[in-house]
Design a binder for this molecule. Structure first.
Ligand code: DCT
Ligand code: MG
Length: 406
């Protein structure tokens, strides 16, 4: 599965033999000048591309649709943006869009306006709107989702500072989000992610020798900045990863490295349906949302937009030790039997994952999650009621066979 998806993600050529085995159809959209598959997971989407102005505009509209809880519209703009990222050169006229998939009337209208006037009035208007600005600022608080931000907006709250004026009661996550708002709104750099990898690696190695961590999310895709740092933790021996997370958190807390942590126990063993996916569409792995207190060298890492502050700025320290920065880190623990699926699911991007699941379902009659892949046509009575073997071990092997079998 890793070979297969990496090939798709990185745009590696697929041999005729591979194509036959995987039953990969020919690209679904072809026309004069343009050939592009309509599934984003079957195209190469480089981080550096030629249509940044257009994709930024479409992504802003997608974000705004999310703020209005219009998921369909939000995904449509994301798909349109992803198509433009995949193009070999800049779009100079509407003619360049001929034959391309996923570009609806609305997206074309926005692109047309930008090509003709340099800006889109709808994008400008949205960006300057009170609602967009408030939703952006409020959902930027750790622990605040779209629903809560909307409720607050209707009550008259426009910015984080208003929460105190309105006497809002915050939960523990939101309180931490407010306390470290500035740091958490500053992009995490690759250098900071590397520092964190060292710390988390040391913690994991100390409490369970042989356990390993992998940097996932945007940094695994080559991004130079992110809003958080995502790690997958596993052990080559199935079952050894159990009870690992509380010990890792304990190790970190003893060393005063955490500002916030909340563990969510795994629930894949209770899942009645496979592939295991909860109602909220989040996976069922044991995970910990944390805010790390990342000690930084005095000189800001390359690419950092702000110099690390001395501790006295936050804690009244002596100023002799180096500054620190609050950084959001997600720790996810997976049994080795589900590791490949977890790595695939946690590498992203969000749209890539969505499209991969859509492609698996619609074109391959398979169901994919961060836990397993299974062939719907080969399980007559539906998905297995419970994972095979003790504690679910062996489930993903069963599903991998479905992909690679005769
Ligand atoms: N993910 C997903 N569906 C979602 C959210 C996340 O499949 N609705 C997966 C893909 C990416 C991974 O989880 C980590 O999520 P984020 O940290 O939110 O994304 P990211 O790509 O790492 O973005 P950033 O660089 O901003 O952290
Ligand atoms: Mg991330």
């Amino acid at each position: 599965i890793m070979w297969f998806t990496e090939s798709m993600r990185e745009g590696c050529p697929v041999s005729i033999e591979d194509r036959h085995r995987l039953r990969v159809p020919e690209p679904s959209t072809q026309s004069a000048g343009n050939t592009m598959d309509s599934y984003a997971c079957r195209r190469r989407t480089p981080l550096q591309h030629h249509n940044m102005v257009l994709t930024d505009a479409l992504q802003l509209l997608s974000e705004n649709a999310e703020f209005c809880e219009n998921e369909g519209r939000s995904v449509a703009f994301k798909r349109a943006s992803a198509v433009l990222k995949a193009l070999q050169g800049p779009v100079c006229s509407l003619e360049d869009l001929r034959g391309l998939p996923c570009l609806g009337e609305h997206s074309r209208r926005v692109i047309k306006e930008i090509l003709e006037d340099g800006v889109s009035s709808e994008v400008e208007c949205t960006q300057q709107s009170e609602k967009y600005q408030a939703m952006k600022a409020l959902t930027g608080i750790f622990g605040v989702g779209v629903k809560t931000a909307q409720l607050w907006f209707w009550e008259g709250i426009r910015r984080p500072a208003d929460l105190q004026t309105f006497g809002k009661k915050l939960n523990r996550a939101q309180a931490a989000g407010m306390l470290y708002y500035e740091d958490l709104s500053t992009p995490v750099t690759r250098a900071e992610a590397d520092l964190l990898q060292g710390i988390v690696g040391e913690a994991v190695g100390a409490v369970l020798p042989g356990a390993r961590i992998t940097l996932t999310g945007g940094f695994r895709r080559g991004k130079q900045t992110g809003h958080d740092v995502d790690f997958l933790i596993t052990h080559p021996e199935e079952g050894r990863e159990e009870e690992l997370l509380p010990k890792v958190i304990g190790w970190l807390e003893t060393r005063d490295l955490l500002l916030y942590q909340k563990i969510h126990k795994n629930s894949y063993l209770e899942a009645k349906e496979w592939p295991a996916r909860s109602a909220s569409n989040m996976d069922r792995f044991e995970r910990c949302f944390t805010i790390f207190k990342l000690m930084l060298p005095r000189v800001a890492p390359q690419g950092s937009t702000q110099a690390p502050r001395a501790p006295e700025a936050q804690e009244g320290g002596t100023g002799e030790s180096p500054g620190w920065k609050a950084v959001r880190v997600d720790l996810v623990v997976t049994p080795i039997s589900q590791y490949a699926f977890a790595l695939l699911g946690w590498t992203g991007s969000q749209l890539f994952e969505r499209e991969l699941r859509r492609w698996a379902g619609q074109e391959k009659s398979m169901s994919l999650s961060s836990h397993a892949l299974f062939d719907s046509t080969r399980v007559r009575d539906g998905p297995p009621r419970a994972p095979t073997g003790p504690k679910g071990h062996g489930l993903s092997v069963l599903h991998l066979e479905s992909l690679t079998g005769p």
